[in-house]
Design a protein around this ligand. Structure first.
Ligand code: IPT
Length: 354
């Protein structure tokens, strides 16, 4: 069996193109036509060709690799974004190097960017919450790096690709108001998160405009566990809440579980609306009504932006993708006899245990 490593020349022969074209696909895939690029990538695949990255770095080449600085990938939404970004990057011949950070501290971010720079990576998606001043500092201090921010305040003077929170958030509050809800519990994301703050402000504004000024708020950390704990706390203070607005589907999973434990039926006793519409949310029990953010689209759009930022000087922009309400089974009219029947159900359950 021939175990010789395929060379660039072999790839060129197999694809029927010049060696220079193969080298372009390796170093600047975005300047090669899609057809030729796919042809060359196919030949590399067939021959198991492995590019010599160290030689490319030594030759001073910038690698066709994007950086992704991300918050915890244990969270559903950032992991969906990472997966989509990687899939779309590969379609244009780029790899993705991931750096997952525990904190958004400026010094930590700067070291992560330095590490990318050392690997000759100069186009980076920043998929973590950053305050305006921090994002602007990173751009100012790293003029050689193209940075695309996914979670910064819209006022930040940086390249920003995000979601327009107001559409989906306003529609979710309006749905609950139309169904007749008046007692709301708000479960926001962490106060350190820009998007969590924007969603909360929008819920409150819309409720306030409808004459509902009094609502109780808890802050989770995006995990299902925090959804569970904070729901128990909210209902211990306000057992009469009939509608929960939750800042992420992952927290809503914990909310649903806590409500079950509190003997509340969804949606007859309490309606729940999440945020994200990750692919699993339609399989929650009951299927979750939620605000959809299109994670496939944001990954695809991030690749397009990084490519065009490479060919033009970097200017600040805000590209905001729509959010839409997806109505499923976790929302309904409040059942007037709901709390009474919950009590009856609890008593029955007790009697059965005797
Ligand atoms: C945002 C998600 O909506 C939220 O559920 C949580 O996972 C958060 O990310 C983590 O930072 S999406 C982001 C693009 C604002």
């Amino acid at each position: 069996m021939n175990k010789r490593q395929a060379t660039l020349e072999d790839v060129a022969k197999q694809a029927g193109v010049s060696q220079q074209t193969v080298s372009r696909v390796l170093n600047n895939p975005d300047i090669v036509s899609e057809r030729t690029r796919n042809n060359v990538l196919g030949a590399m695949n067939t021959l198991n060709y492995v590019p010599n990255r160290s030689a490319q770095i030594l030759a001073g080449k910038t690698l066709p690799t994007f950086g992704l600085l991300t918050t915890s990938l244990a969270l559903h939404a950032p992991s969906q974004i990472a997966s989509s970004f990687k899939r779309h990057a590969e379609l244009v011949g780029y790899q993705v190097a991931i750096s997952m950070l525990k904190t958004g501290r400026l010094s930590v971010l700067q070291s992560a960017l330095n590490e990318f720079r050392a690997q000759k990576i100069n186009s980076v998606v920043m998929s973590l919450p950053l305050e305006k001043a921090d994002a602007e500092t990173l751009v100012r201090d790293n003029p050689d790096m193209r940075q695309l921010f996914l979670d910064v305040p819209p006022a930040a003077e940086v390249c920003h690709l995000g979601f327009l929170h107001s559409d989906g958030t306003t529609s979710s509050v309006n749905l609950l108001l139309e169904l007749g809800h008046r007692k709301f519990g708000l479960l926001a994301g962490p106060e350190s998160s820009i998007s969590a703050r924007l969603r909360l402000a929008c819920w409150r504004d819309t409720l306030y405009q409808a004459g509902i000024a009094e609502t109780d708020t808890e802050y989770g950390d995006w995990s299902a566990n925090s959804g569970w704990v904070k729901t128990v706390e909210l209902f211990s203070r306000h057992p009469d809440i009939t509608a929960m607005l939750v800042a992420s589907d992952q927290m809503a999973l914990g909310v649903i579980s806590a409500l079950r434990q509190l003997n509340k039926r969804i949606p007859q006793d309490v309606s729940v609306i999440g945020y994200d519409d990750t692919p699993d949310s339609q399989y929650f029990h009951p299927a979750l009504t939620t605000v959809r953010q299109d994670f496939d689209l944001i990954g695809k759009r991030a690749v397009t932006h990084l490519l065009s930022m490479a060919s033009q000087p970097q200017e600040a922009f805000n590209d905001l993708l729509p959010t839409t309400l997806v109505i499923r089974q976790s929302t309904g009219k409040p059942d007037a006899a709901g709390s009474e029947s919950a009590l009856v159900r609890q008593l029955k359950a007790l009697v059965q245990q005797l």
